[in-house]
Ligand binder design. Structure first.
Ligand code: UDP
Length: 426
């Protein structure tokens, strides 16, 4: 696997680390359990990193030196792709020929490296986009920075080179075909999963309400509050500002709800959100809800599970999401999700059953959608139970098995450049 711009060893929820990191860790572990050994190449971002680290039995993370350890942002990395590829090819050259059977690249930067490595080794290239420039640019938040044309060119090249493209949802497969000209024989849909051992509603034998109270006590949240949680990277694309504005609208209309309402924001600045890391805090103050909103730095997944269990609902007003893992995680913890009807969220959330899907980003619409979660405790309890049952169908084991099928298909029937090379007359 190639993960150039972010390491599976990084803490997700801030900077460049998010769902893709979790996806690679969970997928690699489950593939290893299916006897598919995984090595993940990632760029070294510190001088004290060892050349390789065993992440789990059968999963090795290799650190490749490509450019200075610190000080490079994701946008600088296209200039380091040659150096990175050099490191990957050199590692392979140290093994017997045929060491790697297949390359699975994640995000377009890795796809560029995978394109070359797979062709050099004569093995299939499987690629997962995670996000796409054209899709992001079509749904930008107001004032957000669009993705540059060079990324679109790079993504188009990767689509052309790949033997298989794994999409999170049928919609994403449609976007790959519609925006980038992917062919049907390249496309495979594999829903990502959720770690059901970590994200559980409550300890066996405990009622959800008791688990919620216990989680709230540990997190310093009032036992009887209505807790509307935001979790993830803080950037315009994820639209935490829409949640804050909606809360302000709701409290202007129903001031009596103020003493019951708590809005924790768990995560750190990322992407274009890094330009003004404190902008959300400022917005909360400007809206006069600084007492309601609480900011917390990103936490590890077991701690995040506590936040989900403590919440009345998870709120995801995103403009674009390739899937939105936090939606599955919260539901697996028995918490309903109020989400924008974008990307994978309509797959992750069953409207009216395990949460609510909201169209558009008008704070007044979001205030209306959130109000019943604040005023009707039985709604969250009912939807939360349905959410846990729904999320239980999304284990990573199933995602890994489906991915292994895609690998087998690519090995037997390549559809990208490998197929073209093989078709060439001898
Ligand atoms: N996450 C975390 N700690 C945090 C906040 C988020 O570990 O404090 C993880 C979360 O569990 C999820 C991932 O970050 O798996 C975010 O993935 P998602 O698909 O929701 O968004 P992305 O970051 O890919 O845009």
């Amino acid at each position: 696997m190639l993960s150039v711009h972010t390491s599976p060893l990084h803490q997700p929820g801030t900077g460049d680390a998010g769902g893709m990191n979790v996806y690679i860790v969970e997928l690699a572990k489950r593939l290893a359990a299916l006897d598919i050994e995984v090595e993940v190449f990632t760029r070294a971002t510190s001088s004290d990193l060892p050349p390789s680290v065993e992440l789990a039995p059968g999963v090795l993370v290799r650190h490749v030196t490509a450019g200075p350890y610190e000080g490079l942002v994701k946008e600088d990395l296209p200039a380091q792709l040659c150096a990175f590829t050099h490191g990957v090819l050199r590692t392979e050259a140290g093994h017997r020929p045929g060491h790697y059977d297949l390359v699975h690249s994640h995000y377009w930067l890795s796809g560029q490296v995978g394109w070359l490595a797979a062709e050099r080794w004569g093995v299939p290239l499987v690629h997962t986009m995670h996000t796409m420039a054209k899709v992001k640019n079509a749904a930008l938040a107001e004032g957000d920075t669009p993705e540059p044309p060079a990324r679109v060119i790079g993504e188009t090249q990767v689509v052309e080179a790949a033997d298989r493209l794994i999409a999170n949802t049928a919609d994403e497969a449609g976007e790959l075909a519609g925006h980038y000209g992917a062919r049907p024989d390249q496309l495979a849909v594999v829903h990502p999963g959720v770690n059901l051992d970590v994200f559980r509603p409550h300890a066996p034998g405990t009622a959800h309400r008791a688990a919620q109270r216990a989680a709230r006590a540990r997190l310093g949240l009032p036992a009887e509050a209505a807790v509307l949680l935001f979790a993830g990277r803080i950037q315009p694309l994820k639209a935490p500002d829409v949640l804050l504005k909606a809360v302000a609208v709701l409290l202007a209309r129903r001031p009596e709800l103020r003493e019951r309402l708590v809005v924790p924001v768990v995560g750190g600045p990322s992407g274009s959100g890094l330009a003004e890391p404190k902008s959300l805090q400022k917005l909360a103050a400007q809206l006069g809800i600084g007492d309601v909103v609480r900011f917390h730095p990103p936490v590890g997944q077991p701690a995040l599970a506590e936040w989900y269990r403590a919440a009345t609902a998870l709120v995801m007003p995103s403009y674009s999401e390739s899937f939105g893992l936090v939606a599955l995680e919260a539901q697996a913890c028995g918490t309903p999700v109020v989400a924008a009807a974008v990307g994978g969220l309509p797959v992750a959330v069953r409207d009216g059953e395990t949460g609510r899907l909201v169209r558009g980003h008008d704070p007044a619409d979001w205030a209306r959608a959130l109000e019943p979660y604040v005023t009707e405790p039985e709604l969250a309890a009912r939807q939360g139970a349905a959410a846990a049952a729904h999320a239980a169908g999304f284990g990573w084991g199933a995602a890994a098995a489906a991915t292994a099928e895609v690998y087998s298909g690519a090995l037997v029937r390549p559809a990208g450049r490998l197929a073209l090379t093989r078709r060439k007359p001898a």
